[in-house]
Write a protein that binds this ligand. Structure first.
Ligand code: ADA
Length: 573
């Protein structure tokens, strides 16, 4: 995994990023032609990348094949893919290792008894839509295809560490942490193997035992709780991190955690017991030149800009972001909302009741929790965005996702982003209530279509919350905004698409929400323009969603400076 810090000292990890052979499979006949054994021809592409904007096949939807030859000492290999869009099928030397569905979470396959020498790894990436697609064709971002994040081959030896979640409970005074470890081991030998397994958090050893794992098998261990006294808390101003070292005789895994407490009380969101106002933006991890194969260097630049605007939080709309980006947030004390790509009206009522679709959502939640559990910056899990939560048929899946995240997701607040706040039926399953509304931009909410609609909205919403007994839950405005074409100005403050109109609308909203007693945060839609899907036929000039407060090349519009002024004022910094 590409992280901000080294994950292994004992384990040899081979990076498979770089040149791969690449072939487009226009007729989807690759497997029949035996391409899984090696590509007959092909050009060279650099992985990670997406094929759309780099190869002149912008709108291609279908299968593309990738081949990489690499050398290994052999034994057991763990092949790790951080992101393949959207369905991946993987073969090693012609043997199928497996399939994975879902563009934004990592997956891995283990291959035992691999000979020393050169091997051929083949991947078929398929970005087509079908009735179970997740997200759907009708989605407000571009459907890229390819191997969009890094690939690694891990050489596993003996008893190895596959996962280590550090669970903890802070004492009432937040001074001491009761910590335990949820470990998953794998034995890369064919016969039972015994190893000393130890876990340390900072200077404290919380586990050290001799463990036997059967040959080529996994073993899960939940260690006994240990108290670590006088912990240095992770917070926005003091993002203290602890290094977690998990060791066996032949393997190790190094990670970082932070101790913090997030909770809600009387309309407030409390971080380490202190009430906070979430001052944020929505951000897609996308750039028109790289698509979703977003370079780490640009992640840092985005983060610098977001910090400059005065934000203390980001919503990772609408899918799990690269781990290295979340590492940056951990290090810089920026709060994060992570969610799965269950987006909007594309999910019809049939889809929302289809066991395959609902199951894919659950699987994505499981993968997100498994991979991101230890990151202290993630304070919110988002279950879904703008699906039909005004009808009862959405309750069972929301309940199922909520219960899963509550049980396995660690200390986080759970929410869904609703665009039906006045008749939503799923808010029982929210720790915080999150609302996406676009008064002053879209006209389909009724009302006058002017900014004054917002004043009525905050009153109507309060009435609804009282009626449903939800008023005690903190409310955040998870989306609002307007599009502006960068460089288009107007003397008239009602001219849509101008930078002035966008800036005025955002100012109006921020000032109103900041003083509304039951609201505790704002995520402006959105950080920067993004390329969107041709299926989005509403207001998507240039096939971009132009509601960025920066353009897609990260040049600021007027709204950027307005947010900067207001967020700095609200936070007193
Ligand atoms: C929705 C959606 C966003 C974006 C936005 C818009 O709220 O969640 O992804 O599409 O609308 O720009 O209309």
């Amino acid at each position: 995994m590409k992280r901000l810090f080294q994950n292994h000292v004992k384990r040899n990890v081979i990076s498979l990023s770089g040149p791969w052979k690449f072939l487009i499979d226009k007729d989807s006949c690759g497997e029949k032609m035996g391409w899984q054994n090696g590509l007959p021809a092909g050009e060279t592409v650099i992985v990670p990348s997406v094929w759309n904007n780099e190869l002149g096949i912008l709108n291609f939807e279908g299968c593309c094949w990738y081949e990489k030859k690499f050398l290994t000492e052999g034994g057991t290999l763990l092949l790790e893919f951080e992101s393949v869009m959207s369905k991946a099928t993987v073969w090693l030397d012609g043997n199928k290792l497996g399939e994975h569905y879902g563009a934004f979470t990592a997956f891995e396959f283990i291959a035992n008894d691999v000979a020393c020498g050169e091997h051929t790894l083949v991947v078929c990436a398929d970005n087509r839509f079908d009735q179970w697609s997740f997200p759907r064709r009708y989605t407000d971002w571009f459907n890229y295809g390819g191997i969009a994040r890094d690939v690694f081959a891990h050489e596993l030896k003996g008893v190895c560490v596959l996962k280590n979640h550090i669970a903890y409970e802070l004492s009432k005074d937040l001074k001491n942490a009761t910590v335990n470890s949820l470990l998953e081991l794998y034995n890369a030998n064919s016969t039972p193997t015994t190893s000393l397994v130890s876990v340390s958090v900072g200077d404290t050893v919380i586990y050290s035992e001799s463990v036997t794992v059967d040959g080529y098998s996994k073993l899960s261990i939940e260690t006994k709780p240990v108290v670590i006294e006088s912990v240095a808390l992770w917070d926005t101003e003091t993002p203290n991190l602890y290094t977690v070292v998990t060791s066996t005789d032949t393997d190790d895994y190094i990670d970082k955690i932070g101790f913090r407490k997030i909770e809600v009380a009387d309309n407030n969101i409390l971080l380490n017991g202190r009430s906070i106002e979430l001052l944020g933006v929505n951000r897609h991890e996308e750039h028109p030149d790289w698509g979703f194969a977003f370079p780490a260097k640009l992640m840092k630049r985005d983060l610098d800009l977001i910090r400059d605007m005065g934000c203390n939080t980001i919503r990772g709309s609408h899918y799990p972001n690269a781990r290295i980006f979340v590492d940056m947030l951990d290090e810089r004390g920026v709060l994060f909302w992570s969610e799965i790509p269950m987006w909007g009206v594309g999910f019809s009522w049939e889809a929302l009741q289809d066991p395959i679709v609902v199951g894919r959502g659950l699987e994505m939640h499981k993968e997100m929790v498994r991979q991101y559990y230890n990151h202290p910056s993630i304070i919110i899990w988002g279950m879904h965005n703008e699906i039909d939560t005004k009808n009862d048929f959405t309750i069972p899946l929301t309940k199922q996702y909520y219960e899963h995240l509550r049980e396995f997701g660690g200390n986080r607040l759970i929410t869904h982003a609703s665009n039906h706040p006045l008749n939503d039926v799923c808010m029982d399953y929210d720790d915080i209530i999150s609302i996406n509304i676009y008064h002053g931009w879209y006209n389909y909410y009724g009302g006058s279509g002017t900014l004054a609609d917002w004043d009525k909205f905050v009153v109507d919403l309060k009435n609804r919350l009282v009626e449903k007994n939800w008023l005690g839950k903190p409310v955040i405005m998870s989306e609002f905004g307007a599009a502006a074409l960068a460089g288009f100005h107007s003397h008239f403050d009602t001219v849509r698409w101008s930078e002035e109109y966008q800036s005025d609308l955002i100012e109006y909203c921020l000032e109103l929400f900041h003083k509304t007693d039951y609201m505790r945060g704002t995520y402006v839609w959105q950080f920067c323009n993004i390329r969107t899907s041709p299926s989005m036929d509403i207001n998507r000039v240039r096939y971009f969603n132009n509601k960025g407060v920066l353009d897609e090349h990260r040049n600021p519009k007027a709204a950027y400076f307005k947010i900067k002024e207001l967020y700095h004022r609200y936070s007193g910094k």
